[in-house]
Design a protein around this ligand. Sequence first.
Ligand code: NAP
Length: 261
Amino acid sequence: MSYALITGGSKGIGKAIAEGLAAKKYNILLVARSENLLKENAAELEKKYGVKTDFFVADISANDSAKKIADWCTTKNYDISVLVNNAGYGLGGAFSKLSLDEQLNMMQLNMQSLVQLTYLMIPVLKKNHSQHYILNVASTAAHQAVPFLGIYSATKAFVLSFSRAIHHELKTEDISVSCLCPGPTDTYFMERAGMTNFEKAAKQAERMNMSPEAVAKIALHGLFTGKLEIIPGAVNKTGAFFSRILPKKLVENTLIRVYKP
Ligand SMILES: NC(=O)c1ccc[n+]([C@@H]2O[C@H](COP(=O)([O-])OP(=O)(O)OC[C@H]3O[C@@H](n4cnc5c(N)ncnc54)[C@H](OP(=O)(O)O)[C@@H]3O)[C@@H](O)[C@H]2O)c1
């Protein structure tokens, strides 16, 4: 069986997607910063599903990380047919109050590194197999501007737009590109975004949270059926529909009430 490469495979949605792929008998390559978690997850997948695993420790927000990951895959001669660009994070708060460096770091991880890795992995993916898959993880935040999650939602709008465009371009090269747009999911996201004390956002997340396993299951079904945009859950689908048809200002004003710290 071929390999699947998953960025952000140490926890949350990436970890659940890795497990879903291992259950389908893909060998698994995990990338993230937390070496101990990667080691633990890789050993668990080997034991539970009898697949081969390996991991690469990298801070993907570093400008040269995508090249290092692609070089690692080439040197090890891994036969990869699935790429999951999942690593990412958000930052809650007012644009002018958040650190500029942190916001630029998030942009590098959520956008530039994702683009770099996609670009560098296309020839690696195409080396052996007849059908290849790329899953880029955006968010329901991609469907409209979100005040107080402004740069984050803009990075995810970029991921969605980029993924939709290359879905059409890469079809002729036997690469199926899908974009996952999860809504609130029970992971470390809120903690990393510094939003656990954002009362309304935290309450909304509690009410709407899906489990990472449920998100992963829907994501993989969508990926392997060639779906362009995958929005897990009826509530998130309904939200995306209303974001499309309602006046932008109305949607943004509603979101201010949820995300204003
Ligand atoms: N949870 C939600 O509500 C939600 C909603 C919509 C979209 N998403 C998106 O889903 C994706 C996964 O997030 P999650 O919810 O699963 O959050 P999470 O539990 O915080 O997991 C994030 C993953 O990304 C990795 N990561 C973060 N920064 C990294 C860096 N600089 N270099 C390498 N790896 C890095 C983390 O690994 P290390 O910390 O070990 O490096 C971890 O494996 C993200 O793109 C996020 O934007 C999440």
